[in-house]
Design a protein around this ligand. Structure first.
Ligand SMILES: [Zn+2]
Ligand SMILES: [Zn+2]
Length: 798
């Protein structure tokens, strides 16, 4: 009971952090009162009655708004983590199903666990006569499938199943498509990058098939807070005039948000106390003070290590509390997960330490504190994790920085970071390989014709022609009436007055192209990754990346678990892996070359010529370095003999003009370019929602095609998905952020927090921090004081 009277279990901790400088910054939000309103009276009486039955007398304002928006048109909802977003699409769906006994709804979830969670949520309304939800995914038993197709009126599935199982077999799903009223896309921000570019095509195929059965379903989406929700919704669905519900009517707890940096252990090298050790101390303190805490950390190995460290810290004085710390990660059986979730909800556990398996909206009840160890990749994701904190009206959301460049960048700009707009989710459904793969799938689902511009956009036919010359499609000639003699009556529409369009059909109608398309890869050319200990297929990797990621001896991470590659079978295109302890990691050494194929855009920021276009990237993996996980010590350097691989993608490149190049001493030029490239890649995720692993770079003091010192930054996925394009458009910001990253890092000659990159193919050689600083400052200083060229928001230092 004494604990209840303590105002905040973390007060002492934060005070101590403030005193010794580890608490870099703190902000408060809330408390905010709920804005409640009546449920729209137009809802079907059965739905209103069901709400009353489950004890909901009034709705949050955004829920009522969402219902009205959903009646009017496609809608996306982006309110906070625990704001009752499901209600926003469940109510309009239940309303439709109550009015029309034949109507169907399709719920698309990125993970199976989320679909199960939602099926339970739907069942809670108790409208069992009207609402018959069923999960249809890879785990659905064969014998249950026919019945689901026939009887279920809410089908919960994932994009992969839609792509592989449902769309290619649309005839078996005719009942669904002919009555499809609603499509729900929950957690839509997950659909970005390569995955998003695929899903955007799957949804276009879905709209197209629905139209063939005479329906145009209403799309309802939800997303975490991102910079461009409307753009994301429109790019994903191909629809226009989407409505946005962003004003959150749910109550917010009084939340303290803290940015925490482990203390420096060596100033010159820029090293700090390990975030794991620091996190263990923080968690032990929170648990002792009675805060129910969730902690997010990236890998399974780290989850296990941290759990052990916290238990060890508590055991001597609070043995009973040490028992209440549990790791939670992917790899548990569904039953184990359910059990842990239930114990968490019942308040039987004090701390759960997890990978991002729990980030997506699974209901785990309310927690006091959320601790995020190292930057999870995007501010949007961090905010979602932080949103877990807040019970009994108060919460602590803490971010503990790692040594990575972005982590330390945020520590130096905590205010900027706390107030920073979240990133934009980027995708490109027309990324050529992805687009063509889905056009071929679509052709198998029904002939492609001019009407398809409505779904695939005006350029679809250029890509169809490409498939034609590749021997995948064949053209079925159109004919025009009335002048043309009557053609095949089966193909004729109307009374021979209309012009029958030219169409494209598969050359091999019996084929099943969807099976060759993985929604997680940019290219159909993939290597399978097989766990030899279990025989399980873990996933796949694009062929262009296989040599670098799954070469023999590589440590490969999958859902936070480490595997070591036993064999890379180039012939059979697969990598055989086995679980490993995760004590080491590997970094490939490689030789990269870029060839400019096509220039698409060009401009001239001061001191450079900046271009955007298509390039071919050729990579040869020469060997790899094995390092120890705990202290990054190099254990061995192994050479490999692998043939070069190449892929086409989009890139920006900039060449230094002679005047600028001349200001950098020749002996440091390459190191300066290389360090500049690393810094720009490190901060690029601030502009586009991506990982530094989605981006590649190359710097050279002489490129044969430009004839000058040049830096390339390219999309690391075949075809490109829009990252380099975004960087081209916001190049000045990229330079400014990179300059700040370098100038403000306290290290002497470069460290992992500024110019060193964990994925450098040259193993971080050569790098010149001073040279990069000089180069970027010259580029920024060369900026004209007046005039619009490359205008920046920040003050010009000229
Ligand atoms: Zn540094
Ligand atoms: Zn490098």
């Amino acid at each position: 009971m004494a604990k209840e009277r303590t105002p905040e279990p973390w007060s002492a901790l934060l005070e101590a952090g403030l005193a010794d400088g580890r608490l870099v910054s703190e902000a408060r939000e809330g408390p905010g009162r709920a804005t409640l309103t009546e449920a729209p009276a137009e809802l079907h009486p059965q739905v209103l009655a069901a709400l009353e039955r489950i004890g909901i007398t009034r709705l949050y304002s955004h829920q009522a708004e969402a219902v009205r928006a959903a009646w009017a048109g496609p809608t996306i909802i982006t309110t906070g983590t625990a704001s009752g977003k499901s209600m926003c699409f469940n109510l309009p769906t239940l309303d439709v199903l109550s009015r029309d006994a034949r109507a169907r709804a399709l719920y698309v979830y990125p993970t199976k666990a989320l679909a199960q969670d939602q099926a339970r949520a739907l069942a809670q309304f108790g409208l069992t006569k009207r609402v018959r939800p069923a999960i249809y995914d890879g785990d659905t038993p064969r014998e249950a499938r026919a019945q689901i197709r026939r009887d279920a009126n809410v089908v919960l599935t994932n994009p992969d199943m839609l792509h592989l199982g449902i769309l290619p077999n649309h005839a078996a799903w005719s009942e669904l498509f002919a009555n499809l009223a609603v499509v729900v896309l929950d957690e839509a921000h997950v659909y970005r990058g390569v995955f998003g570019s695929h899903v955007a095509n799957v949804l276009r195929r879905l709209r197209r098939i629905a139209a063939a059965y005479g329906t145009a379903p209403r799309f309802l989406l939800t997303s975490a807070t991102i910079a461009n929700p409307l753009e994301l919704a429109e790019r994903l669905t191909g629809l226009e005039r989407v409505r946005l519900i962003a004003h959150d009517g749910s109550p917010t707890p009084a939340r303290r948000m803290a940015v925490w940096n482990p203390p420096l252990s060596d100033e010159t090298l820029g090293t700090r106390r390990s975030p794991l050790a620091e996190a263990a101390g923080l968690l032990a303190s929170l648990v002792r003070e009675g805060a129910r805490t969730i902690c997010f950390i990236k890998s399974r190995k780290a989850v296990e290590l941290l759990s052990r460290l916290v238990k060890d810290a508590l055991a001597p004085t609070h043995a009973e509390l040490a028992e209440l710390i549990v790791p939670y990660r992917a790899g548990y059986t569904p039953q184990q997960r359910r059990e842990l979730e239930a114990r968490l909800v019942r308040g039987e556990l004090r701390a759960v330490i997890t990978t991002d398996a729990l980030e997506l909206g699974i209901d785990i009840g309310e927690l006091d504190a959320a601790v995020v160890v190292t930057f999870p990749g995007t501010v949007a994701s961090l905010r979602q994790m932080w949103g877990r904190a807040g019970r009994r009206g108060r919460g602590l959301a803490l971010y503990l920085a790692g040594e990575d460049a972005l982590d330390q960048f945020f520590c130096r700009h905590p205010e900027d970071f706390l107030e920073r707009p979240v990133e934009a989710a980027i995708l490109d459904h027309e990324s050529p390989e992805i687009f063509r793969a889905h056009l071929l799938c679509a052709a198998h689902e029904g002939p492609l014709s001019s009407a398809d511009a409505d779904y695939f956009g005006p350029r679809w036919e250029t890509h169809a022609e490409h498939l034609l010359s590749a021997g995948e499609l064949r053209r079925r000639p159109g004919y025009s009436a009335p002048r043309a003699p009557s053609g095949d009556p089966g193909e004729r529409r109307g009374a021979g007055e209309r012009r029958a369009p030219r169409s494209y059909v598969p050359r091999r109608p019996g084929g099943y192209p969807a099976a060759d398309v993985s929604l997680r890869s940019a290219s159909a050319d993939v290597f399978a990754i097989v766990d030899v200990s279990s025989g399980e297929l873990l996933g796949s990797t694009e062929a262009a990346r296989a040599h670098a990621t799954v070469h023999e001896g590589a440590v490969y991470m999958h859902l936070g678990q480490a595997y070591e590659v036993r064999e890379l079978d180039l012939e059979r295109r697969r990598a055989l892996v086995a679980p490993s302890s995760g004590d080491t990691y590997t970094q490939p050494k490689r030789l990269t070359e870029t060839a400019i194929v096509r220039l698409l855009d060009r401009r001239e920021p001061p001191g450079t010529t900046l271009s955007f276009g298509e390039v071919t990237v050729t990579d040869t993996v020469l060997g790899y370095e094995r390092k120890r996980f705990s202290d990054h010590a190099q254990l061995e350097l192994v050479s490999l003999e692998l043939p070069p691989t190449s892929f086409s993608t989009q890139a920006l490149w900039f060449e230094l003009d002679a005047e600028l190049a001349a200001t950098i001493p020749l002996e440091t030029l390459l190191g300066a370019l290389h360090a500049t490239e690393h810094a720009q890649i490190a901060v690029l995720p601030l502009i586009a929602m991506c990982d530094r692993w989605d981006i590649g770079g190359l710097s050279t003091n002489f490129h044969a095609q430009t004839g000058a010192p040049t830096i390339f930054i390219y999309d690391a996925h075949a075809g490109g998905i829009g990252i380099a394009r975004a960087a081209f458009a916001r190049f000045e910001e990229l330079c400014l952020d990179a300059a700040r990253l370098i100038a403000e890092c306290p290290c002497a000659d470069g460290c992992p927090s500024c110019v060193q990159s964990p994925k450098c193919g040259n193993l971080n050689e050569p790098l010149s921090k001073a040279g990069a600083r000089l180069l970027l400052e010259r580029m920024l200083r060369a900026r004209p004081c007046e005039g619009a060229v490359g205008a920046l928001n920040a003050s010009a230092d000229c």
